[in-house]
Design a protein around this ligand. Structure first.
Ligand code: 13P
Length: 342
């Protein structure tokens, strides 16, 4: 275990004005995203699309790290450079999604538990050799009438902690992502209650598994109204309740907290993050930044739509979103900036 390396990696991941790009969609998830823009889900197209993102000029100023999928970390750019080396050449740290996906949780209808611990030690050693310096594991928590159950929260917390301990043994910084889903008609208060319980259980499990908080990054979902809740909480409330929840349940020793976008619009994902940073400036124990997938690159995917002639325009769209997210991580995102190109 190289604690110095992990401390340096974690600090670089959440360096001021920077955040992460989650480009770790499994091939099944890419199929869904590509179907929306009529692009065939082939290995070649996935490579071409990731190439478009990773070769966007200047992206290293706003993106500190990219979370890759197993297929992508082994692929090379269209110019023939392995993707991890291409990212490193722009000062971007390669990361890797290592979980095996959320599966139906036995005996618990409507709930899921994430698989992937078997053989993880060997896979981490290989990913380190391929250049990965951080990893991600996502747990999924559904909110409904009688869920989440304590069994679901605990099973996922345990897996996140076991995964984290294995990552740290391999000198890879673990990102733990216990995602409380936005789907449902629950209120923001209910989301707060569930998020706090999930975070408390997750960090208790990490403590129990001897995970070092100093070398651990949390990828959190925001405290937000359910997508189909009749009353949608205003942006300021989302920012304040998210910060309150994190302060209650997340150890101050963590080097940083990053957020997923979780189905929020691009603008909302940027506005919420920005308000957390502007309204709570100077009173946060950790840097708060982004680790978005959809809110960083779904607009670029649409602009590309599989056509070579659209690559430059799509890169412009991606660069703009990256800049907006960077501003948000500094509490400086505004509607005026949103409308200002380049
Ligand atoms: P979204 O930002 O699209 O929610 O994706 C983030 C992520 O990595 C989910 O695991």
């Amino acid at each position: 275990m190289d604690s110095k390396l992990m401390a340096a990696t974690a600090a670089a991941m959440v360096a001021s004005g920077k955040g992460l790009l989650a480009a770790d969609e499994s091939s099944a998830t890419v199929a869904k995203r590509f179907a929306g823009v009529n692009v065939e889900n082939t290995e070649a197209n996935r490579r071409t699309y990731r190439d478009l993102l990773f070769t966007t000029p200047g992206i290293g100023s706003h993106i500190s790290g990219v979370i890759l999928f197993d297929e992508t970390i082994r692929q090379s750019s269209l110019a023939g450079k392995p993707f991890p080396a291409l990212l490193e050449s722009q000062g971007i740290i390669p990361g890797i999604k290592v979980d095996g996906g959320a599966k139906d949780y036995a005996g618990h209808p409507g709930e899921q538990v994430t698989e992937g611990l078997d053989g993880l030690r060997g896979r981490l050693a290989e990913y380190f050799k391929l250049g990965a310096r951080f990893a991600k594991w996502r747990a999924v928590i559904n909110v409904g009438r009688d869920i989440p159950s304590s069994g679901c929260i605990e099973a996922n917390a345990h897996a996140l902690a076991r995964y984290s301990a294995l990552c740290q043994e391999a000198s890879i910084v673990p990102i733990i992502e216990p995602e409380v889903l936005i789907d449902g008609d629950h209120t923001i208060e209910r989301c707060h209650e569930v998020s706090e319980a999930v975070l408390r259980a997750t960090f208790q499990a990490c403590y129990g598994q001897r995970v070092s908080a100093e070398h651990l990054i949390l990828k959190a979902s925001m405290v937000i109204s359910g997508k189909s809740c009749a009353t949608q909480a205003p942006e300021e409330q989302v920012a304040d309740m998210t910060v309150e929840c994190l302060k209650r349940a997340v150890p101050a020793a963590l080097p940083g907290v990053v957020f997923l976008s979780g189905g929020q619009s691009d603008e909302k994902a940027a506005a919420h993050l920005s308000l957390m940073n502007s309204r709570h400036a100077g009173r946060l124990p950790w840097p708060l930044t982004f680790s978005y997938s959809r809110a960083l690159h779904q607009a670029a995917l649409k602009a590309w739509s599989g056509r070579e002639g659209n690559v430059q325009a799509a890169q412009g769209v991606f660069a703009h979103r990256a800049r907006m997210c960077s501003l948000a991580s500094q509490g400086r995102y505004t509607a005026v900036e949103e409308r200002t190109a380049g």
